[in-house]
Structure formats: C-alpha cells, structure tokens
Design a protein around this ligand. Structure first.
Ligand code: ATP
Ligand code: MG
Ligand code: MG
Length: 554
C-alpha cells in the first residue's frame, strides 16, 4: 500500500507538511448537498477525502451543504449518511452549513458595516444585463452606493421577512470590472420564503454557495477543501470571502480542485438521476440500474469493490470517461473471493435419468467456495428428474461443443456422469424433455476409477422435485450510449436502454430458501447474484449483479 505513488492532492498535502504545516492540524471534509442520493462520482470524492483522513490520521467531517431549502430534504440526509457508512468510512463530525446561518449572518452584517456588501433591489434580469462579458467590464448597480445604515436596515428587514422573494439580494462589493466574472459583486443572500429541513422557518434569507462554503470550512477548521474542477474559478472568491473573516492564528482552508469522474453508459448528476426517478424510468433512487451508491448496493456491488475501483482510477486533473467494465471487473474480483457457489437454472429444460431409481433422493456434497477454504460444504439433492439450461443441450453439435448432445457425456457438477440418449419435442419442435442414462459409479468425490474419469463438460443443474422457483432480475446497462448526456442534438433520456431489465422465472437449489436480503451468490457458470429487498422465503427474488466473464467448462 505504501508503495502506491501519491496522487497530486496528496502531493499538495505533503508539500504543506514539508513547509511547516502541522500534521495535527490536517482536517478534511466531504460536503454533499442533500438534494439527491450519492452516486459513483461522489464515491470518488468520498474515497479521496476519507482516504486522506486515513493516510494522515486526520479527522474528516461529513458536511451537509444545505443552503437551498427548495431542493433539499431529510430523506437525502439520511440516505447520504447510510451510504457513506456502508462504503466503510467513519466521519469525525456530522456538520451542517445550516448550523452556521447565524454566524454567516453576523459576518455579513460586519461586511455591510465595512462597506463591503450592499443590498441590491434590482430584478435578477437587470443584474444579469449589468454583468458584462469576459472581455467587457460590467456596470455598477444603481444601489451600489447605498449608505451603510440603509443597507443594515434593509438586510435586517430581509431577514425579518418583510420582503417578497426576488425583491432584494445582498451582494459583496468587490469589482464590477474584475476579469473573473464571479468577482463582479457576487450575490451572498437571497430571500426565500421556504421552510428548511432543519431550520424550519427560522430563516427566510439563505446564503449562497460561495459565501457559505469557504466560511464553513473555516468554522470547522478544514485544512484542505477539495472540490471538483468547475469550482476552480470560484477559488478567488473563496479566498476573498475568507480574507474578510480570517483570524491569522487559525487555520486558513485551502481550496484545491480535481476532475469530476464520469462513468460510461450512465449519467452522474443528481439532477439527471432525479429525472429518471421522477419520470419512472427506474423504480427509485436505489433501482439496481442506477449508478447511485444505494442502487449499486442493491444490485450486489460490495463496498470493497467500489473502493477498489475508486483507488484504481485515482484522482485526475482533467475530466475523462471511465468504462463501466472496469467497475464490473472489481465487482467480480471481490465477489469471486466472497460469494458462495450455488446452482441455479435460468432457462430450464427437463432431463429424466431413466436408469435412476424413481422417488429416490440422494444428497450430494458440494463445495461452497473453492476460493475460500473456510466456506465449507453443503448438500444438494439429486433425483431422477433434473433441470439443466436449455442452451446446454443440442441434438447435434460439433466437437467444440463441450456440453450435452445426443450420444455424448457430461458431468453433472458435484454428481454423476450422464449420457443423452434421446429427446422429446412439442409440435413446434421445441425440446420438452431429454432422456439420459447415468453411470452409477461415476459420482464425484467417491474415489472410484469412474469418478475420476475425465469428460469434457460439466453442467450445473437442479433437482426438479427439490428446486425452488425464484424470480430473477437480469440487468443490463441503463443507457445504450457510452455518454448519453453529451449529445448536442439529443437528450440523455433518448438513450435509455429498453432492455435494461428482464424478469425471468428460474429454478434454484433449495439451500437458497433461507438466503437473506443482500446475500451474495455465484450462480455457477452464470454470474453473481444477490437477494433483492423484495425477496421473501415464499417469493425469492434475485438480482443479477454481474455476469461471469469466464465460466468453467463452457
Ligand atoms: P451533482 O451534479 O451530481 O449534483 P454535485 O457536485 O453538485 O454533483 P455535491 O453534493 O455538491 O454534488 O457533491 C459533494 C462532493 O462530491 C463535492 O465535493 C463534489 O465536487 C464531489 N463530486 C460530485 N460529483 C462528482 C464526480 N462525478 N466525481 C468526483 N467528485 C464528485
Ligand atoms: Mg455541489
Ligand atoms: Mg449539484
């Protein structure tokens, strides 16, 4: 682990330590806005910030950036906490920007007193026309030179609810000719007569992101405030606002930027994910097709696989697109170690073993996980009638088909060698039953010469009498396009994959009766599956987490 090279953010921290910044003063934060569920992009930011905390034994705050009551909800706060914990991280303090509303207000009053902020009473359209362009300076507001007294009185009245929304804003008095457009008298407060999920109706003015974020970092004494690249031009303003309040004896937070992570065949934007939920393209934020942490969890991805993925892609200075197959690789790698092997037949066709005694049940010993010695064994029932996958049988096939064909032999996993003798078809020519014979001496693990006999193919199967019926949800990519939200002429919703979910009935071995929600399994030769939250003992429901890339003897 230590050999892993440092990312550029870690280099910045190392340089600060080298130039005398005390290690004990390092502090980080992860600052979600509770206006949606966390997604795979956030997972990168979580791993970055909490990873720094672990590397330097420094505290990491979970800070809710809750300054916009219009879009924020308690449900999202709870989901965010659940998701960060599930990923395996522990925050030092749970903080809310809304806890700083009074302090922010007091500082704003100080700024007014110092002539550095003023109440603007124009419409937002009027203010927009005065912004200027990147090459032309803006125009001063006619309210820019209001007296301190008038500003103090108006700001107080704004706070006390005397004005309707849109009537006044508080602006920082910086420079309408600044080359950085964000420095052209940015808005610090707006009137919003909306109840907040935490402060309720205590406030009807709400601070803007730029005014809130740096000051919150300062209040919490965060040393390194890491955000995504779109905030790079905001850094000058972040620093200007800090300059207004900073006590030189305290830690001065430092904003640094890294690239947003994009994942192929999906969208990573809470706004767009909300659209998918609201338009019922998916069943909810935790639909297993969603790139949300809760969706991936329900799909069967593990925290370790998501963390390993985030570590592998690392932190970049420029945006790029990461292929979802890399995430799936990490999911398989982790589940291969952890998931017990079981047998399930997704597209069943019946096999009758004609020389096997009727009404006989035999319990065969099956290894739970060859990758995990401690996982032990279980017993699976075998009887005269079994199901195998329809695609595992052909009447005729060439020598490369190592599955079952007429006159050919295969081994049943954990069981006997069988030979296909004949088959029955319906009027449309579909095979309805395959008749086989078995070699009674060939039982796996019995030590006989016949049991060691090599046959080319090994098939999974379930006993027809003992198998449980289960609903299996087969997921595919939610979008057919690699980057659905980057097309000029089309909307991302135009690329929704109509086949992203297929629901089928399958037969699974009876040991799965007691499987618990979120339990992971490898359905041998098929893929990784987990138990969905909709599942019950009488109505088993499995999600396909990810198909197996390689399958034994296929
Ligand atoms: P969205 O557009 O999805 O709403 P956001 O940046 O507005 O994203 P926040 O809740 O503000 O969402 O994000 C919390 C933190 O996660 C921020 O520091 C943000 O920069 C970071 N973050 C958000 N999306 C990504 C991403 N795709 N890759 C890396 N970090 C991200
Ligand atoms: Mg944000
Ligand atoms: Mg956002």
């Amino acid at each position: 682990e230590e050999k892993k090279s440092l990312n550029f953010i870690e280099h910045i921290v190392e340089e600060d330590l080298t130039s005398g910044f005390p290690k004990s003063a390092l502090r980080f934060r992860f600052p979600p806005e509770p206006n949606g569920y966390l997604h795979i992009g956030h997972a990168s930011s979580i791993c970055l910030n909490f990873g720094l905390g672990l590397r330097y034994s420094a505290p990491v705050n979970l800070r809710f950036d809750d300054t916009n009551p219009v879009k924020e909800e308690k449900e999202y706060v709870d989901a965010i906490k659940r998701d960060v914990s599930w990923l395996g991280f522990t925050w030092d303090s749970e903080c809310y920007a809304s806890d700083y509303f009074q302090q922010l207000y007091d500082w704003a009053v100080d700024l007014i007193r110092e002539g550095k902020a003023y109440v603007d009473s124009q419409t937002s359209e009027e203010m927009a026309t005065q912004k200027g362009t990147p090459t032309e300076p803006g125009t001063n507001s006619p309210y820019r030179d209001r007296s301190v007294e008038e500003n103090l009185a108006l700001f107080k009245d704004m706070k006390e609810g005397k004005f309707p929304e849109g009537s006044h804003v508080l602006r920082a008095k910086i420079d309408m000719a600044a080359s950085n457009m964000l420095m052209r008298d940015p808005i610090m407060y707006r009137v919003l007569h909306k109840a907040h999920h935490r402060t309720n109706t205590d406030w009807c003015i709400y601070p803007m992101y730029d005014w809130t974020h740096g000051e919150s970092d300062y209040i919490e004494q965060v040393s390194h405030s890491l955000c995504t690249l779109e905030f790079a031009p905001h850094r000058e303003l972040y620093d200007w606002f800090l300059d207004q309040v900073i006590d030189p004896k305290k830690v001065r937070p430092k904003q640094r930027e890294f690239a947003r992570r994009n994942l192929s065949h999906t969208v990573v934007s809470k706004r767009k994910l909300l659209q998918l939920v609201e338009q019922k393209v998916v069943s909810g934020w935790d639909d297993p097709r969603m790139p949300t942490i809760s969706g991936m969890r329900r799909r069967g991805y593990t925290p370790e696989s998501i963390r390993n993925f985030a570590d592998t892609i690392g932190i970049a200075k420029r945006e790029n697109l990461v292929d979802v197959s890399l995430l799936e690789f990490h999911v398989r790698e982790d589940l291969n170690k952890k998931a017990p092997r079981v047998m399930a037949v997704l597209d069943p066709v019946k096999v009758v073993i004609t020389n096997y005694p009727e009404k006989n049940t035999e319990w065969l010993k099956a290894e739970n996980n060859p990758e995990d010695e401690g996982a032990g064994y279980r017993e699976v029932p075998f009887s005269r009638e079994i199901y195998i996958e329809r695609e595992d049988f052909r009447e005729e096939a060439n020598r490369k088909f190592f599955r079952l064909k007429l006159g050919g032999e295969v081994r049943l996993k954990n069981g006997y060698i069988i030979k296909a003798e004949s088959c029955t078809k319906d009027a449309d020519g579909n095979i309805t039953e395959i008749q086989c014979t078995y070699d009674p001496k060939s039982k796996s693990g019995s030590g006989t010469e016949e049991s060691l006999r090599k046959v080319k193919g090994t098939l999974h199967w379930v006993s027809a009498e003992h198998a449980l019926e289960a609903e299996v949800r087969l997921y595919d990519r939610l979008f057919t396009d690699e980057s659905p939200d980057t097309h000029k002429d089309k909307e991302f919703l135009d690329f929704v994959n109509p086949d992203s979910l297929k629901v089928i009935k399958a037969y699974v071995e009876p040991s799965l009766k007691s499987a618990q929600v979120e339990d992971h399994f490898q359905f041998q030769r098929i893929g990784y599956f987990n138990v969905d939250k909709d599942s019950s003992e009488s109505n088993l429901v499995f999600n396909r987490t990810v198909p197996l890339r390689d399958s034994w003897a296929k």
